[in-house]
Design a protein. Structure first.
Length: 625
């Protein structure tokens, strides 16, 4: 009989329209699952989730679902749409959209453009482009060069330029998909000769601009070919400035028979068998029972004083409530809570594995500290168990079966900048270089104008006016820490609003803007916008959760309690709502206060979902569109 087991043992085990996608409807029968419906109509769970985002939260009897009648799942861009808005509409990470649509990041949206929303359609388009059924793509990693990619994939730079229109003019970008040729047989001979880098030695007083102009290349290409140039030119250094064709021996091109697996960034598909057998989930939480006697009345005082234990029990309470809410779905699931006995310094994985049998465990949520998550991942690297990091924003090590549920600071920063750049208006970054160097903007977002300020320096209104547009919205990305500079800038921006459209944006929620020296009304007037990994805006779903949690636990849920609920509910749902053809982390979802949209990056799996929030005129925080 299907059930959920909840045990604590001696271990304390404790409406969107799809362009060119004709749809029909299906009325959900009692007890039907998304997997059953997908199989019935010869489609996949993920496609149904794209067409019916509300289905991620589960199905109900008589619910009407859109069913695709074609395999081409695309979206036609309409006037005023943005990349951020489309990604949000379909619960897809922005980086995923870029992966599926080569050139989108470089050239932006065009009205009438058809965007791929699934890998199947994207791969078909690559095949049409190359004219070869076995064509594939690779994803540009940090520090890679055109020449390096050509050598690694046994092809030539000229072939890469031929298969990737605009690549020679625009250069490489980290995360960009590159089409590579793949033969129809096991190997074939390259039709063009290999290439060798053309180099020069830096002379005194040379600049990137002068070198780029002299050799007919872009400054961005020079940076891509020579990553160390971001630290500046050094006299006598040897740099690549292009490539020369040679008559070297021909190169063999190996066939990659799994182009779909190669289409995503490094990592493996995280799939689970869909044979109806029991799934096993372990939540590895730091109860530290040896130090915390839960039968002793003094434990209540200890909970009040021990912040870490308090956080653990809050997460535990949220997870328990999520499991309770999922019982009516009759998932064939066995859940156990296990004391990880971890501290911020270490976790004894060997003892843990001796004390508890993890051999049949499908998914582990925990531990809390990232270095301990890495230790567990290392110990389980030869096992098919998926390890979920629930709380840490550290990047950690990129294990292919480790899932980071918290967006790290780099992702948060990137998502905010992708949001403002997608608006295709004027963007000006003001930075003191302490958190984000000016080169970060110029290298990764060349369309952004950068203004560097010194500590306590006042931003001149005249200088700033020269950088603003009179016809477009001006997004001011502020990333400085001086209170004096901040107060003066807010005042300057307010005065300039009489002539210009201005919106204040930060790469994180800056504490300095909470200073009593800065008026809330000024931030509201500037529609202050910032990224957040949690949704601080009020909504009915959150209100209902808070009410129920308060009824059960006699207090309001902390952020850790809500996090425990969201992560647990999301992971369990993914364990059962994906089919054998799907990566269980391939679709987006939104829970009470957190949303999840995963990407494969640098060999790991990372949550790329970030809320973009702003201060509204009614004194509330709202989510930006």
């Amino acid at each position: 009989m299907k059930r959920i087991f909840f045990t604590l043992s001696a271990l304390f085990c404790v409406t969107a329209l799809f362009a060119q996608t004709i749809t029909k409807t299906h009325v959900v029968a009692k007890g039907e699952t998304i997997t059953q419906i997908a199989k019935k109509y010869n489609t996949t769970n993920n496609v149904l989730f794209l067409l019916n985002p509300e289905a991620v939260d589960g199905l109900s009897e008589n619910q009407i679902l859109k069913i695709p009648t074609t395999s081409d799942i695309q979206h036609t861009v309409k006037s005023k749409e943005t990349v951020y808005g489309i990604a949000k509409q379909y619960n897809i990470a922005i980086e995923k959209l870029y992966d599926l649509n080569p050139g989108l990041k470089e050239y932006g949206l065009k009205i009438g453009q058809q965007l791929n929303l699934t890998e199947t359609t994207a791969i078909k388009n690559v095949q049409q482009l190359t004219g070869k059924p076995n064509a594939s793509t690779v994803i540009v990693e940090k520090g890679e060069t055109i020449y390096g990619i050509a050598v690694k994939n046994n092809t030539t730079v000229s072939v890469l330029y031929e298969l990737n229109p605009g690549l020679q003019q625009n250069g490489l970008k980290v995360g960009q998909p590159i089409n590579i040729p793949v033969g129809d047989k096991q190997t074939e001979t390259a039709s063009k000769p290999a290439t060798k880098p053309k180099t020069i030695t830096i002379q005194p007083k040379e600049t990137l601009y002068s070198i780029a102009k002299a050799y007919g290349v872009s400054q961005e290409q020079l940076l891509q070919w020579n990553p160390d140039l971001k630290n500046g030119l050094k006299e006598g250094a040897v740099v690549i400035v292009g490539y020369n064709e040679t008559d070297d021996k021909t190169v063999l091109l190996p066939v990659n028979e799994n182009s779909k697996a190669n289409f995503t960034k490094k990592g493996i598909d995280l799939t689970l068998p869909n044979d109806g057998s029991i799934r096993n989930l372990v939540l590895l939480l730091p109860f530290n029972v040896a130090q915390n006697n839960f039968n002793n009345p003094s434990i209540n005082q200890n909970i009040k004083e021990n912040v870490f234990l308090n956080m653990t029990l809050d997460f535990y309470s949220g997870a328990k409530l999520a499991i309770e809410h999922l019982k009516d779905k009759n998932y064939n699931l066995n859940v156990k809570f296990v004391d990880s006995k971890e501290t911020n310094r270490a976790l004894d994985v060997s003892t843990l594995k001796n004390d508890f049998d993890f051999s049949s465990t499908d998914v582990i949520i925990g531990p809390f500290f990232q270095k301990n998550v890495d230790a567990v991942s290392e110990s389980f690297k030869d096992q098919q168990t998926i390890i979920v990091s629930p709380l840490s924003t550290d990047k950690g090590k990129p294990y292919p079966r480790q899932v980071h549920t918290m967006p790290n600071t780099d992702i948060v920063k990137r998502e905010l900048l992708e949001y403002v750049v997608s608006k295709q208006d004027r963007v000006v970054a003001i930075t003191d270089g302490k958190k984000t160097p000016a080169t970060y903007f110029t290298t990764n977002y060349p369309s952004i104008t950068t203004l560097t300020v010194k500590t306590d320096e006042k931003v001149s209104p005249t200088v700033l006016k020269n950088l603003l547009s009179e016809t477009e919205m001006n997004y001011i990305v502020y990333d400085a820490s001086s209170l004096t500079t901040t107060i003066e800038l807010i005042s300057t921006l307010k005065s300039l609003q009489k002539e210009y459209q201005i919106q204040l944006v930060t790469l994180e929620k800056l504490d300095i803007l909470d200073s009593s020296d800065i008026q809330m009304n000024d931030l509201i007037a500037l529609k202050y916008t910032f990224p957040s990994v949690t949704n601080d805006a009020d909504n009915n779903k959150k209100a209902a959760f808070v009410k129920q949690y308060r009824t059960i636990y006699k207090k309001n849920p902390s952020r850790f309690a809500t996090r425990g609920y969201d992560v647990t509910y999301d992971i369990i749902t993914r364990m059962f709502e994906s089919d054998e053809n799907s990566n269980i982390f391939d679709y987006g979802s939104q829970q009470i206060e957190n949303k999840f949209a995963y990407i494969n990056e640098n060999g790991g799996v990372y949550n790329n979902a970030v809320y973009i929030l702003y201060y509204d005129k009614d004194l509330t925080i709202k989510e930006a569109k």
